[in-house]
Design a protein around this ligand. Structure first.
Ligand SMILES: [Zn+2]
Length: 142
């Protein structure tokens, strides 16, 4: 799918390691291959490479079809919560015990047995038919 090079690390005879800098997916943080010129636009901003990522490509396809997506982070949770509220759905922070302290670790959508939980790092999707879903972050991402 991608023509991006993915140069393996090389262990040199003196024990040192030669690496090529890698580009991480802006959707999930997994490496998509060697960093190159396409990773920065003319303004110096990192480009969107989610279509090159096997984990995130479905999100890009959903967006192309008109679905809305949000990357759930501590900074975006309020904006996503508002969007869900405007949609007439119930949402609230998802709390868990983290090292003995009750902490918000994500967002709970809906209530009862149909509720879904998105954790920080996951993507929240509003499909065209008005249903909501969660695209989980890959296990390797944190
Ligand atoms: Zn990705």
């Amino acid at each position: 799918m991608s023509d991006r090079a993915n140069t393996p690390d090389v262990r040199n005879p003196d024990g040192s390691l030669t690496i090529r800098m890698k580009r991480a997916c802006n959707g999930c943080g997994q490496y998509v291959g060697d960093a190159d010129d396409r990773d920065v636009d003319e303004h110096g901003n990192l480009t969107d490479v989610r279509a090159e990522c096997s984990h995130c490509r479905p999100l890009v396809e959903l967006e192309a079809a008109g679905c809305q997506t949000w990357h759930l982070t501590p900074r975006s949770i309020g904006r996503i919560d508002d969007a869900i509220d405007r949609d007439g759905r119930y949402a609230k922070g998802y709390w868990e015990d983290v090292n003995g302290k009750l902490t918000v670790t994500g967002l709970r959508l809906g209530s009862g047995p149909d509720r879904i939980v998105a954790k920080f790092g996951d993507w929240v999707i509003r499909h065209l038919d008005g249903t909501w879903a969660v695209h989980k972050a890959p296990d390797s991402a944190s």
